[in-house]
Design a protein. Structure first.
Length: 445
């Protein structure tokens, strides 16, 4: 008997790890289970909240809030600086599970992704657990979309078993609705939007609940007395285009109807790599700032080499004690992936930004205009030096991969040894210099 034909609509899941950083800390230390946990800094740190557990959120604690304010709202919370290496490891484990369900996974951030299950129905129906139907009402197990719910539930079980973390999942016929459903499913739930119910699902929501409609547009819609998506849907397309412009007006017209034809794309290589950190104490010591900048440049360049890429542009970010922030960048003569080339430019940029009249709070480096590593176009006088440095960085990367980044301290970063703690993973910074990557798409867009 032939199998059921594939459905013609798309099947997209939006998967989001619940309170990711805080949940990882609760998994690592079971004593924290059920307690309000705030990740981002100790009680006396000057940093901001990176993540708050669901136990802390009823007190008004939100991501991006200063730690000082979070402490005032929830003094009984456990405040942690966090371990970004552990977060990355758990994130990678979750993403590996998602790739077991579909070859088409778009990683949106460290804790969320889109999974396109279109065309995989027969595979997932064949592997459907027999007791799955017990977990949802009978009416939710009928129709062509039931297999996607089964897959979503199995993903939740796999993630829980492998990492101890909970995920929320939205299932729909496009990315927009899957994301909205996921947000409403939190924490630790699944919400599906059945084919044909797209417009009805979003009707009662405020327009700001739809991705792409920010605070400014939301306030403008309120001024027009449009308080729900259903209200917005009654406005003629021509009027939306006249009031918001062709691009945003078209977007509003489509999204209030639950329409979205954007594809789920495999992630391409990074477009930029940046590293920054806030100092334990504000400082005017230029040698210390240069040493930290060199260390951050080393970390970013090592990440760049791990992607087998080169950068053509170096940027430096400097933030003073009054939170005034300055960024400058400069292009290299030719693309490179060597610390020496980057730091030579970064130091010049730092000197141009540094006034010495106010203490410095934060420093960072950005490598951009990335490209895949190709042939190095050198000249007769510099070729041999380039090859020697290439062998040097290859050896350093190998040692650090085996023994930790902190196993070798080089260049101006040596100036940090007397004042900054160090372990096998590198310098222990007050705000970890987690590598931030702006990613491109596999198709080059």
């Amino acid at each position: 008997m032939p199998g059921k034909p594939e459905t013609t609509y798309r099947t997209v899941l939006h998967v989001d790890i619940d309170a990711f950083f805080a949940s990882v800390e609760q998994v690592l230390d079971p004593k924290l289970a059920g307690l309000p946990v705030i990740v981002g800094g100790r009680e006396d740190d000057r940093s901001v909240v990176a993540c708050a557990s669901y136990e802390a959120r009823p007190f008004g604690v939100k991501t991006g809030m200063p730690i000082k304010q979070a402490r005032a709202l929830c003094p009984q919370a456990v405040f942690l600086r966090g371990d970004h290496r552990e977060y990355r490891k758990r994130s990678d484990a979750v993403m590996e599970i998602l790739f077991e369900y579909s070859p088409l996974v778009e990683i949106l951030s460290i804790d969320e992704a889109c999974v396109d299950l279109t065309g995989t129905r027969r595979i997932h129906e064949k592997s459907r657990p027999r007791d799955t139907a017990k977990s949802l009402p009978v009416q939710a197990r009928t129709g062509d979309f039931a297999w996607a719910l089964d897959a979503a539930e199995q993903i939740k079980r796999d993630v829980k078993n492998a990492t101890g973390l909970n995920v929320s999942i939205g299932a729909a016929t496009n990315k927009l609705l899957a994301r909205v459903a996921c947000a409403r499913a939190k924490p630790n739930g699944i919400i599906q939007v059945w084919p044909g119910c797209e417009a009805a699902f979003v009707s009662s929501l405020p327009p700001g609940a739809l991705p792409g409609i920010g605070r400014s547009t939301g306030e403008k819609l309120k001024n027009f007395n449009l308080h729900t998506v259903a209200d917005l849907r009654r406005i003629p397309k021509s009027l939306l285009l006249a009031a918001f412009g062709d691009v945003r007006g078209e977007m509003l017209y489509e999204r209030c109807r639950g329409m979205d034809d954007s594809p789920v794309r495999l992630n391409g290589p990074p477009k930029s790599i940046s590293r920054s950190t806030t100092f334990e104490k504000d400082t005017v010591d230029l040698n210390f700032i240069e040493g930290m900048l060199y260390y951050l440049t080393e970390r970013a360049a090592g990440q760049l080499r791990s992607h087998k890429m080169k950068s053509r542009c170096v940027g430096v970010k400097l933030r003073y004690a009054d939170f005034s922030t300055y960024v400058r960048s400069r292009r290299l003569r030719r693309p490179s992936n060597q610390d020496r080339d980057f730091f030579a430019v970064a130091r010049d940029l730092l000197n141009s930004l540094y006034t010495g009249r106010m203490m410095v709070r934060l420093v960072g480096v950005v490598l951009s205009e990335l490209s895949t590593t190709g042939f190095h176009q050198g000249d007769f006088f510099t070729w041999e030096k380039y090859l020697k440095r290439k062998r040097l960085y290859s050896a350093l990367d190998g040692i650090r991969d085996r023994h930790g980044f902190g196993s070798v301290v080089a260049g101006p970063a040596i100036a940090l040894m007397d004042s900054v703690k160090r372990d096998e993973r590198g310098y222990v910074l007050r705000t970890p210099s987690l590598s931030q990557q702006t990613r491109g798409r596999a198709n080059g867009n």
